[in-house]
Design a protein. Structure first.
Length: 242
């Protein structure tokens, strides 16, 4: 107990507004004195040492990036592998559906082959190569672009909506989830699935947008959340499921 008269030390800031509690003793800063909300009491105690901040563990090199809820994000090579698998599967389907619009080019190639054989048989020089622009009509070019776009939207959009992953991603143990919700078991909505598919597919169909495809592929290497352009547009991330 201190012999200091009650109320004689300087009151804490706020005077009567200061709630009752332990405050630094204005007489001896090594101690704390009880303020009852109106005046100082004679009760004192040793001042408590301030809590030392705990050091934050530094991230280890090579530690996998995580979503906000702690799910590992897919690495770039896994995503690239899924792109290759999906590209092969989608390419087969698109090629089969495009055959009816390649008839002009097919006929021109067959005619060139026959003319080359006939010229060789007669000992004559081979026929001139046809102009590449003549192998396919503008209408067929538009039709091929439409087939590619629709097939891409259907392939990526439907699989993302129904399975939250394309066949390539399923094969490599990847899944598309809403951003920072790696543990979500809900399927992607139609808007997110189709928007993500459109931003990914369109640059491959429209020639002057091809640079966006390159940026889209490279962006996960530098983005802290490992998001590509189509992830940013649809607010998604790709996580590992195994």
């Amino acid at each position: 107990m201190s012999q200091i008269p009650v109320g004689s030390p300087k009151p804490p800031p706020g005077r009567h507004a200061a709630p009752g509690g332990w405050y630094p003793d204005p007489v001896d800063p090594r101690r704390e004195r009880w303020w009852d909300g109106w005046q100082w009491s004679r009760d004192v105690r040793e001042a408590e040492a301030p809590a030392q901040p705990q050091p934050v563990a530094a991230a280890r090199p090579g530690q996998p990036a995580l979503t906000a809820d702690g799910v590992p994000l897919a690495g770039w090579w896994h995503r690239a592998g899924a792109i290759v698998v999906d590209g092969l599967l989608l390419g087969v389907v698109t090629s089969l559906l495009s055959l009816p619009f390649l008839q002009t080019a097919f006929d021109a190639v067959v005619a060139l082959f026959d003319a080359s054989l006939e010229a060789a048989r007669q000992g004559q020089p081979p026929p001139p190569q046809p102009d590449p622009t003549s192998l396919i009509t503008p209408t067929e070019t538009l039709a091929l672009g439409a087939v590619q776009l629709l097939c891409g939207l259907a392939y990526h959009g439907l699989f993302l909506r129904l399975r939250s992953a394309t066949p390539g991603k399923l094969l490599l143990g990847l899944r598309v989830v809403p951003v920072d919700r790696g543990r979500s078991t809900e399927r992607l909505g139609w808007r997110a699935a189709l928007l993500r598919a459109l931003v990914w597919v369109a640059p491959a169909v429209v020639t002057w947008l091809f640079v966006l495809r390159l940026v889209d592929v490279v962006l996960p290497l530098t983005n802290p959340r490992r998001q590509a352009l189509h992830d940013l547009a649809a607010r998604t991330q790709v996580v590992r499921t195994r």
